[in-house]
Ligand binder design. Structure first.
Ligand code: FDA
Length: 317
């Protein structure tokens, strides 16, 4: 119930204005977002790399309503990838993109988003790294998978994201088990209707386990995006069952969530990639993190009554 309300509010411009201007929110946001600039973000990324982790960087922005905005997002990714190339970290740091940020919601938007995604993939190829195309709500699933297929013709390493909450995902997994297919499996962060998606956590978890097994039995490189210990245990057990080397799949988690578990898995020899968002347009991303875990809402409410702490130097907030 609270989850649905928070996800609904994540789309409200009125609430957005109030939340974004509210100083205590900004202190909480620092836990999940690596600052506003490329410099802020790369500082956080270098800390993760020093701890044996990998990273995928997301430049926040889902409210692209003009071509000029879509171009600005694309240029920012190109600048970021040039820095990744210059710093020689392309073997451990990739980028995640959202087609809505690249213009997909405009008129003829998927063509525009595909062109912009191609620019980003070319910059990623120069940096020796890869790109993952995030999945948004179910109305965009077909168009997003079509875009991934188009990108893979030139850049076969482009990763798709599939959401276990959708009924269709078992079939989508089966279609993505070819040699070299990179697929991130997550539970799904959007409020979806009962016609297309499991509503109960137990059903989503069951489908996650089923889809994880399908991907591990295939020949691709599965990327398991979850903080859920039960899912992590299932993946490890299934990887053993099908005789998979730990280097042939990844665990992925979000910045600021279960950092101890990220380091524990990395110490055991698993590739662990942290999703690092940065930028000023953090509202919708932040609200989805609150929706996933109401305890984070308490964290925010506590920040309201605490005295402001010293500002972290690495953050532009
Ligand atoms: P679940 O929500 O069941 O949580 C399990 C446990 O993890 C909780 O009990 C808690 O301990 C911890 N936890 C989870 N979320 C937390 C939070 N916000 N704060 C604190 N603790 C938390 N979704 C999508 O629709 N499209 C996408 O492209 C992506 N991409 C993506 C990339 C990466 C790297 C990750 C980790 C996640 C995504 N997601 C996503 C989000 C995903 O769909 C899902 O909403 C969250 O990962 C939460 O689901 P869990 O699997 O962690 O399980």
């Amino acid at each position: 119930m609270l989850k649905t309300v928070l996800l609904g509010l994540s789309r409200s411009p009125l609430v957005k204005r109030a939340v974004v201007r509210f100083p205590p929110t900004r202190r909480v946001v620092q836990r999940f977002v690596a600052g506003e600039s490329i410099d802020d973000c790369l500082r956080v990324v270098h800390e993760l790399l020093a701890g044996g982790l990998l990273a995928t960087i997301d430049f926040l922005g889902e409210d692209t309503v003009t071509v000029a905005q879509a171009d600005r997002v694309t240029d920012t990714y190109a600048d970021l990838l040039a820095r990744i190339a210059a710093e020689g970290i392309g073997d451990r740091v990739e980028v995640s993109i959202k087609l809505s940020a690249l213009g997909s919601l405009l008129k003829d938007g998927y063509e525009l988003a595909l062109d912009n995604a191609r620019v980003i993939c070319a910059a990623a190829a120069r940096a020796g790294t890869t790109v993952t195309v995030d999945m948004e709500d179910h109305t965009s699933t077909d168009a997003t998978l079509r875009t991934v297929r188009a990108l893979r013709r030139d850049y076969p390493w482009v990763a798709a994201v599939l959401q276990a909450m959708l009924f269709r995902t078992g079939r989508d997994c089966v279609a993505q088990t070819g040699e070299g297919d990179r697929v991130r499996l997550c539970k799904g962060a959007y409020a979806e209707p009962a016609e297309v998606a499991h509503q109960a956590k137990g059903a989503v978890d069951r489908n996650y386990r089923r889809c994880a097994s399908i991907l591990l039995e295939g020949a691709g490189r599965p990327l398991f995006a979850t903080h859920d210990s039960t899912m992590i245990e299932h993946v490890s057990a299934e990887a053993n069952r099908v005789d998979r080397a730990t280097s042939s799949y990844e665990f992925q988690m979000l910045l600021g969530i279960r950092a101890d578990e990220q380091r524990r898995l990395a110490r055991l020899g698993h590739p662990v990639r942290v999703y690092v968002p940065f930028g000023t347009d953090w509202y919708a991303y932040f609200m989805r993190r609150l929706a996933e875990r109401p305890a984070n809402l308490m964290f925010l409410l506590r920040a309201l009554v605490e005295r402001p702490r010293k500002k972290r130097v690495t953050s532009g907030f």
